[in-house]
Design a protein around this ligand. Structure first.
Ligand code: PLP
Length: 408
């Protein structure tokens, strides 16, 4: 049987960069020789290409995905003191961006199949804990006495949230929808309402993307972007990212230093040409994991609803005895991850929000079971078979022990 030489990493960032090394280094040399560091055609070209890739009219390159969520909320009109509804099962950058925009996150639990924001729970939250003023078209949280003005669905692990349902609820309550598409470059959603497939980042008022190196499209450093069909919002974000200036030294507002570096934009353009193919490879790997695990009862594999074409930023299974299994997999030279072990509402950073354990039962239940398996386009067939066999063997043994212990 195949034995891995070193570790099978959870994520291999070395191989794709070795494959593209010459092209990437030529770009860096060109930028250095011509002092192309900030803005310019290289950034504009990437923005055009990424807007096209994401089926959006505009793209604005930014310094990070966190800035992308924050600037999108600001530009779309979220104000100091507003409440923004989102999921507690996401990376903290989502809620950091909400707080940095001056707002306060309010959490709504996830769907147990997709792990994304549950539209039914969103509707129930608005009905039970908020008050809708028909005349003013303002939704106010009863206890906090603050307006809810936006929703940030997160397309977690590369699968889009149920956007038709979320957009319908948002429409009913006059809410801004900003998609956190930081894990979902190229993911698709079949909109029954529009009777067509839509891309991540093209359905809300704006979509936020991260190009952190480990994302499906990653820079060689920090980078992010927003996509939108709204020209005003694109313009505003261009100003916000560049010290609030509409032209040099004419500052209409106080902004930020949040631009996308020219060298990073150039590298992203080189990689963008491969993204559709890389995403296809991830999907094929996910299908293969699914086939290998078909009859395994010991753990639960990802569910892809018929409305979704996920791009598998992560391949997450749910297992019992996760910590033990993770240690055993590491001993078998298989790298894994946990995304994310502690729900946001019980993080120390959010103690002031007043949530407690038990508030979001689905999130809390899955947080102790989820395990991210190796997933990257260059994962080989041999490696995948090895991972699947080890995992099934370890999970089955652990379950048999459990059954034995119960019988005793
Ligand atoms: C990566 C990520 C972000 C933040 O992106 P950065 O580029 O690291 O700032 C935001 N939201 C989610 C869901 C992410 O995975």
């Amino acid at each position: 049987m195949y034995q891995p030489q070193g570790m099978i990493p959870f994520l291999d960032l070395v191989t794709p960069h070795r494959e593209l090394e010459e092209e990437l280094m030529a770009l860096v040399r060109d930028c250095v020789r011509n002092a192309h560091f900030i803005g310019g055609k290289i950034v504009e070209d990437f923005e055009k290409d990424f807007a096209k890739f994401s089926d959006s009219k505009f793209c604005v390159g930014l310094a990070s995905g966190t800035d992308a969520v924050r600037f999108a909320l600001m530009a779309a009109g979220v104000k100091e003191g507003d409440l923004v509804a989102t999921t507690p099962h996401t990376f903290i950058a989502t809620t950091e961006a909400i707080s940095q925009a001056g707002a306060r996150p309010v959490f709504v639990d996830i769907d147990e199949q997709t792990y994304n924001l549950d539209p039914k729970k969103l509707q129930a939250f608005f009905e039970q804990e908020c008050m809708w003023d028909v005349a003013k078209r303002v939704l106010t949280h009863k206890k906090l006495n603050r307006p809810v003005t936006a929703v940030v669905p997160v397309h977690l692990y590369g699968q889009m949230a149920d956007m038709d349902a979320i957009l319908e609820i948002a429409g009913k309550y006059n809410l801004i929808v900003i998609e956190d598409a930081c894990q979902a470059h190229g993911a698709k959603y079949f909109s029954k309402k529009q009777n067509c497939w839509r891309s991540a980042g093209s359905m809300g008022v704006a979509g936020a993307f991260s190009f952190y190196p480990g994302k499906n499209l990653g820079a060689c450093g920090e980078a992010g972007a927003i996509t939108t069909d709204n020209e005003e919002i694109a313009k505003k974000i261009r100003m916000i990212r560049d010290h609030g200036q509409a032209k040099k030294y004419y500052h209409d507002i106080e902004g930020y230093n949040g631009r996308l570096d020219t060298i990073q934009a150039g590298m992203l353009s080189i990689k963008l040409k491969h993204l559709a193919n890389w995403n296809e490879k991830r999907r094929a790997l996910a299908m293969e994991y699914g086939r290998l695990f078909e009859d395994v009862e010991e753990f639960k594999i990802p569910v892809e609803p018929s409305y979704s074409k996920a791009v598998y930023h992560l391949y997450v299974v749910r297992v019992k005895n996760r910590e033990k299994l993770q240690t055993e997999l590491a001993a078998a030279r298989i790298g894994t991850g946990i995304h994310y072990p502690i729900p946001l509402h019980i993080q120390k950073a959010y103690a002031h929000l007043g949530y407690k354990a038990g508030d979001f039962p689905v999130t809390e239940k899955i947080a102790v079971e989820i395990l991210s398996l190796p997933m990257f386009p260059q994962l080989t067939h041999e490696q995948q078979i090895y991972i699947a066999e080890k995992l099934m063997q370890l999970a089955t043994v652990s379950r048999e022990k459990e059954v034995l212990a119960e019988a005793r």
